[in-house]
Structure formats: structure tokens, C-alpha cells
Ligand binder design. Structure first.
Ligand SMILES: C[S@@+](CC[C@H](N)C(=O)[O-])C[C@H]1O[C@@H](n2cnc3c(N)ncnc32)[C@H](O)[C@@H]1O
Length: 213
């Protein structure tokens, strides 16, 4: 009996998630506009406010699948410039976007990105990477922070002086230390919560502009 009521409540909660998803204005809009994810609207909003992209830029998109951000980014930097995207999952090709499939926590992925960039220095690193959520903060937060630390490290190595880093972060353990580090390494650090980001999500986006030497 207990088993039945448990599965009933589970199916109720997944039904309400599905309803939220179906009704979500950004999900419907992304279908109409041809974007692969509702995340595209977060990037459009961030760019409208903070002018992240310019034509001809070299941009690295970390945690890119299914490709909403890469679709937005390639439109904003073309006809010249380069988007190098990576994800642990495969991503259907997007014209103008180079893709590396790999686990960003592994050195081989890091090195493959460096090899693809060659001598090019990077103007902008964007990271929407997020681990699979277990629902337990003690597990999820360190996993998320590890990906963020790696993105910061990548930007430290490949971002040119004056370049910018924009990434999804989760407020919690490690957040204050991250802010302190970014403020030391960049001229300006901004925090944003786009309208397209669900209110119940702990995610926010940090924009670190003007990398110091
Ligand atoms: C919120 S989704 C990104 C959505 C994407 N920005 C878009 O607009 O379509 C987060 C992504 O991070 C990726 N990710 C998580 N852990 C990763 C890892 N260790 N290495 C590479 N990608 C990872 C996931 O596979 C997932 O595709």
C-alpha cells in the first residue's frame, strides 16, 4: 500500500514537472525560433544587457549540448570568428561551430581544446556546465564547483588580456571564494539572474570582464 501511494505521488510530481515544462513560455518560444534549448534565451538576455559578443570573436562554449548557446553565439560573431564548443554528450553539428566531445574534468579534453585553438587566443569563455543533480547539496555543490574551477582555470590559461568569462554558478559552499578570485583576476565582476532562469533554480550567472594581465 505504501508502495502504491509513493509511486502515485512520484507520477504526480513528474506530471506537474511536465506541465510546467510544456507551459513554459521559453520552451514554446525555442521551438518557434528553432533554438535547441530554452537556455538560448538566457544568453540572449545576458548579451542584451552586458554586450558579451562582438563580430569576429573567438569563443569557447563549455557544456554546450544540445547547442542553444552555440546557436546564439555563432549568429553574434559571424561572418568571421570561431566558436569552439565542448560537452560530455554528443551534439548535432551547427554550421560554424567546431565541437569536441569529451569530459571537461579529463585532461585529454582540456588538451584537445587547446590543440584545436592552436595559436588563437580566446576573447570569451562561456560555461553553462552543470553536473547531474542528485538533490543532495553536499554532493551536488562540490561537483558543480569543480566544473566551475576548471572553467576558471581554462580561462586563466587561454583567455587573452581584456577577455571575459561568463559562467553558470550555484550559490552555496565555495561561492564567496570564487567571487574573491574573480574580483582579483578581472576588472569587473557582475552577477545576473536572467528572466529565463527558473526562479526556483539556485543558478545565477557570473560575468567577469576585462581579464587582468
Ligand atoms: C544546462 S546544459 C547546457 C545547455 C546549453 N548551454 C544549451 O544552450 O543548450 C549543461 C551541460 O553541461 C554538460 N556537462 C556536465 N558535466 C560535464 C563535463 N564533465 N564535461 C563536459 N560537459 C559537461 C552536460 O552534459 C550538459 O549538456
Amino acid at each position: 500500500m505504501a508502495k502504491i501511494s509513493k509511486s502515485k505521488s512520484k507520477s504526480k510530481s513528474s506530471q506537474s514537472w511536465l506541465k510546467e515544462h510544456r507551459d513554459d513560455i521559453y520552451v514554446r518560444q525555442s521551438k518557434a525560433d528553432g533554438y535547441r534549448s530554452r537556455a538560448a534565451y538566457k544568453l540572449l538576455e545576458l548579451n542584451k544587457k552586458d554586450k558579451l559578443f562582438k563580430k569576429g570573436m573567438t569563443v569557447v562554449d563549455l557544456g554546450a549540448a544540445p547547442g542553444g548557446w552555440s546557436q546564439v553565439a555563432v549568429n553574434l560573431i559571424q561572418p568571421k570568428g570561431m566558436i569552439l564548443a565542448t560537452d560530455i554528450l554528443d551534439m548535432t553539428a551547427i554550421p560554424g561551430v567546431e565541437f569536441v566531445q569529451g569530459d571537461f574534468t579529463e585532461e585529454s579534453c582540456f588538451n584537445e581544446l587547446l590543440a584545436r585553438l592552436g595559436e588563437r587566443s580566446v576573447d570569451l569563455v562561456i560555461s553553462d556546465m552543470a553536473p547531474n543533480i542528485s538533490g543532495m547539496a553536499a554532493i551536488d555543490q562540490p561537483r558543480a564547483m569543480h566544473l566551475i574551477d576548471l572553467a576558471v582555470d581554462f580561462a586563466e590559461k587561454k583567455l587573452q588580456k581584456g577577455g571575459s568569462l561568463m559562467m553558470k554558478v550555484f550559490q552555496g559552499e565555495g561561492f564567496e571564494g570564487l567571487l574573491k578570485q574573480l574580483r582579483a583576476d578581472y576588472q569587473t565582476v557582475l552577477s545576473r539572474k536572467p528572466d529565463a532562469s527558473r526562479a526556483r533554480s539556485k543558478e545565477i550567472y557570473l560575468i567577469a570582464k576585462g581579464k587582468k594581465a
